[in-house]
Design a protein. Structure first.
Length: 154
């Protein structure tokens, strides 16, 4: 899909604030409200915009701890990768799950109330799976930059 300057401006603006009104987007782009509305609908329909969500502060909702977990599978067959992916997707404590290259097969970003809560997660997700060879966990000491924004050069 080819993005023109107006599409890129719309996307960059929506990444910062998805609640901005069509009128404001129209003023920023110099387009009519109807034109902006059509463009946003097309960007959604084409899968460029995949979700519009509220970003929460985990600590404010009882999830004070964040963990980066590198997971190695015993067998890296396609069906085993899909099985682990489904388990990670179904686990509400897993915020992000990446299939990666290098020393691990997956990188997970997880939240938990405390270490006891995280330990329960490790039992459900790793120890109960015969295909998890090992996992290494890093505890996040501080959230310095958090986001899912994608750089779109203008």
């Amino acid at each position: 899909m080819t993005l023109d300057a107006c599409d890129r401006l719309i996307l960059n603006t929506l990444q910062k604030n998805a609640r901005i009104g069509l009128e404001s987007l129209a003023a920023d782009t110099g387009l009519s409200v109807a034109s902006v509305q059509r463009r946003v609908r097309r960007l959604r329909d084409d899968g460029v915009i995949t979700a519009e969500i509220a970003v929460l502060n985990p600590a404010k909702v009882g999830q004070a701890m964040t963990f980066v977990v590198m997971v190695e599978l015993e067998h890296e067959r396609l069906d085993q990768i899909e099985t682990f992916t489904r388990r990670a997707e179904a686990e509400p404590h897993v915020q992000q799950c990446y299939y990666v290259t290098g020393g691990a097969d997956f990188c997970l970003i997880c939240t938990a109330q405390d270490m006891e809560d995280f330990e329960a997660l490790t039992h459900r997700l790793f120890f109960e799976s015969a295909n998890v060879r090992r996992f290494r966990t890093s505890v996040v000491m501080g959230r310095k930059k958090v986001g899912l924004g994608v750089h779109i050069p203008e």
